[in-house]
Design a protein around this ligand. Structure first.
Ligand code: CAO
Length: 465
């Protein structure tokens, strides 16, 4: 029986992360890919899976330890010497950590009544997450930790809910997200009642019927839909549940305002089309390794970098009484995938040309669709662009991806009659929707940002100025 050391794999951009959950104990039999521990950075929590199957012999870390790539997690006694890949003696590839939830991530986006497209903050390869969840045995109880999945723990931490006080309604007392919500509601109703009783005793009865927690809202409608017609129930996808918490927080906590404007991209679009034609021709004549298709989004990323440089408060984050001005330019873009929205990040977009940005966007969007984005590829954004240009629509109100302070939504460009002082002329107009955090940015600043952005898109030579 061979002894195998299990180490922390590549965890993206995170130098050090804290161990917040041990999911196995000595003597447990684990499968390859089964989650062993949960670690947490300031942005997200991740499950670290096992690269091999075996029996846990020694655990080399404890709760609260700081670990990084290469840190020894535990040793396994292998059940046989066949690796999970089926090839004896061939070490299998290190599994990727699973991003479970992001406390500060984007995408905030979600879906108040489907009206406002929003971004997703964090994402998980769903298939992998499902494996990890299925493999997650309730060993936390044995360690005197409340029994809950990492995403529920994260959710509870974000709300400041002490999990030890929450009664679990799941299998074997497992605490679910609904339990955490119910706990919050109960506490808020209690607090509201107390407040109402002390301030205005006569209103207490009215408040007690209010299930909308501390917001003073009426309860969520409970409807038996089958009374009205046939229905089908489906579980909400895991990514959507994770992003919902982020979106809700951002929607509630950030005073959003959205400015709409239009940019005349007639000349830029002509240049883009010509550039793509040249690339295709060049590829056909064998002068090029491959065709890089350039879309408007790559130009938008570059234009936003220029606007962020001119208006640095758009490239900041609130930290208590201070604003943190970033001197780097990492731009997130929302990517629509079968598993939900993800927001990969183009790092150092200021140092990259349109072709490089287009190539990276293509690669990151593919990884997003395949559920293969690493945590590092989804973190660090200063500003996010959500483009619905390939689909349609006119304007929308994107939700800011905290801790960013603004997000640009873009819809489909179309030919419009524009008055040039003498006549109406056909121009290709791109609708822009900029949502901004009113704690950091004022309306005049936002209008200037949009005007400047439109000027750049109208004459891209301005990027050089
Ligand atoms: N106006 C008109 N046409 C546009 C356009 C715009 N603003 N933006 C893109 N297009 C065109 C492209 O040129 C392309 O045309 P062809 O197929 O004729 O070449 C087509 O639309 C499709 O573009 P694309 O979507 O593949 O490429 P992209 O670079 O514009 O976007 C990506 C890439 C990954 C951002 C996109 O595929 C995507 O996922 N968008 C959805 C994002 C989203 O859901 N946001 C909402 C978040 S909030 O809930």
């Amino acid at each position: 029986m061979a002894s195998i050391e299990i180490q922390v794999p590549d965890i993206g951009d995170f130098d050090e992360v804290t161990v917040i959950e041990l999911m196995v104990k000595i003597g447990d039999t684990v499968k390859a890919e089964q989650s062993l521990i949960t670690v947490e950075s300031d942005k997200a929590s991740m499950e670290i899976p096992s690269s091999h199957a075996g029996v846990v012999k020694e655990i080399k870390i404890k709760l609260g330890d700081k670990v990084k790539e290469g840190s020894l997690v535990l040793t396994l006694e292998s059940v046989d010497t066949i690796s999970p890949s089926g090839q004896s003696g061939t070490p299998p590839p290190q599994p990727s950590p699973l991003l479970v939830a992001g406390s500060k991530g984007p995408v905030a986006p979600v879906v108040p009544a489907q009206a406002a497209p929003v971004l997703v903050a964090v994402a998980v390869p769903v298939a992998a997450a499902a494996v990890a969840e299925a493999a997650h045995q309730p060993t936390a109880l044995a360690l005197n930790l409340p029994h809950a999945s990492p995403s529920v723990r994260k959710f509870a931490r974000e709300l400041g809910v002490p999990l030890g006080e929450v009664k679990g309604s799941g299998v074997k007392g497992r605490i679910t997200e609904a339990d955490v919500q119910a706990f919050t509601r109960a506490v808020m109703i209690g607090a509201t009642k107390t407040l109402a009783a002390s301030a205005q005793p006569a209103s207490a009865a009215a408040v007690s019927g209010n299930d909308g927690a501390g917001l003073g809202l009426i309860p969520w409608p409970v409807v038996d839909f089958t009374k009205f017609g046939p229905v089908e129930r489906k579980d909400r996808p895991r990514i959507k549940k994770i992003s919902a918490a982020n979106l809700h927080r951002n929607w509630v906590m950030i005073p959003h305002v959205t400015n709409h404007d239009d940019a005349d991209i007639t000349d830029l679009e002509a240049f883009r089309v010509a550039t793509n034609l040249e690339s295709e021709k060049s590829a056909k004549s064998g002068n090029n390794a491959g065709v890089v298709k350039v879309t408007m989004l790559a130009f938008l990323i570059k234009a936003c970098v220029a606007a962020l440089k001119k208006f640095p408060e758009f490239n900041s984050s609130i930290d208590g009484d201070q604003l943190v001005y970033k001197q780097y330019f990492h731009i997130g873009f929302a990517a629509d995938t079968p598993n939900g929205l993800m927001v990969p990040v183009i790092k150092d977009a200021d140092k990259k040309g349109i072709f490089q940005i287009s190539t990276e966007m293509g690669e990151l969007a593919k990884k997003a669709r395949d559920g293969k984005l690493s945590p590092g590829e989804m973190s660090g954004a200063c500003f996010t662009i959500s483009s619905l240009g390939g689909i349609g629509g006119r304007y929308f109100t994107p939700i800011i991806n905290a801790p960013e302070v603004a997000i640009l939504g873009v819809c489909k460009s179309q030919m419009e009659p524009v008055w040039d002082g003498k006549a109406f002329v056909p121009r290709l107009m791109l609708p822009l929707s900029l949502s901004w955090d009113h704690r950091v940015i004022d309306g005049a600043g936002a209008a200037r940002f949009n005007v400047y952005l439109a000027q750049i898109l109208g004459d891209f030579r301005r990027v050089l100025l």
